[in-house]
Design a protein around this ligand. Structure first.
Ligand SMILES: [Fe+2]
Length: 265
């Protein structure tokens, strides 16, 4: 009998052990490629206030995260640690997008499973680099807010697509180029190489979000531009603020209208 796709993804989402989570995800990718899944929706879809993650890092409010100079060894490691934390969370949020919204077209699952796989690859790559600096993922405290928006948008894939890939992940497109410059300044060649891969792939992930956001708007007869603006207004806690990486955002499926609007913020 084939395994249920949604249940299998859920088990991976809730797996707390880093290595086991990555192994489970690889197995899902193999089973997917062999067409070995049953897609019957699960009897219920549970909310996930906290996805499976290791006991360390300790999660703290961003205000309590120590600020360290990038020039110091600790500062360098702490930047890499925070990127590792983002990538680890990104694995969980792709898994949640797969598990939670069970009535989407087959291509949606193909796309988000692809994202999950790339996030896992990013995480491993950043983790190895962090190891080379003498630290392991979990050695430093990390941001406690990354899962919150995922949890708060678990009732509607349209809102999820608008806020998680198109707002939070899209922010990564803006902040990565300056980070690349900083790493170049301190001579971290491997770090620069890794962040370039991340930036390239993240454009694809935001594009997946844009595509499914538009798909859901079309299905509900909504104007994507108005809808995006109103979702930001009603759900987004932060301040949508530049500087924006317009070129990357355009490549990630932001419309000319949206780009013009961002320019006014
Ligand atoms: Fe990533």
């Amino acid at each position: 009998m084939k395994n249920n796709f949604f249940q299998t993804v859920f088990d991976c989402l809730m797996e707390p052990d880093l290595n086991l989570k990555m192994q489970r995800l690889s197995q899902i990718q193999i089973d997917w490629s062999e067409d070995d899944f049953d897609f019957t929706p699960t009897a219920k879809v549970v909310r996930v206030p906290d996805a499976g993650r290791p006991e360390q890092p300790e999660l703290v409010s961003p205000k309590l995260l120590p600020r360290r100079r990038l020039g110091s060894k600790e500062g360098h490691a702490s930047l890499m640690h925070s990127i590792a934390h983002i990538e680890f969370n990104a694995v969980n949020l792709a898994l949640d997008a797969l598990y939670r919204f069970q009535n989407m077209p087959h291509e949606y699952y193909r796309d988000w499973l692809g994202v999950a796989g790339e996030e896992a690859y990013h995480f491993q790559m950043v983790r190895e680099h962090l190891n080379s600096l003498g630290y392991e993922y979990g050695d430093l405290p990390a941001h406690d807010g990354l899962w919150m928006t995922t949890y708060e948008t678990d009732h509607d894939p349209l809102i999820r697509m608008a806020l998680v890939p198109r707002t939070l992940e899209a922010r990564g497109l803006d902040v990565t180029p300056p980070m690349i410059s900083k790493l170049r300044t301190i001579g971290d060649k491997r770090g620069v190489e890794i962040l370039k891969i991340l930036l390239h792939d993240e454009i694809g992930h935001v594009e997946v979000g844009s595509r499914w956001f538009r798909y859901l708007c079309a299905e509900r007869n909504l104007n994507p531009f108005n809808e995006f603006q109103s979702i930001i207004k009603n759900y987004f806690h932060g301040d949508l603020r530049g500087p924006f990486n317009f070129e990357a955002r355009q490549a990630a499926g932001f419309s000319d209208e949206e780009i013009q609007w961002l320019k006014t913020l």
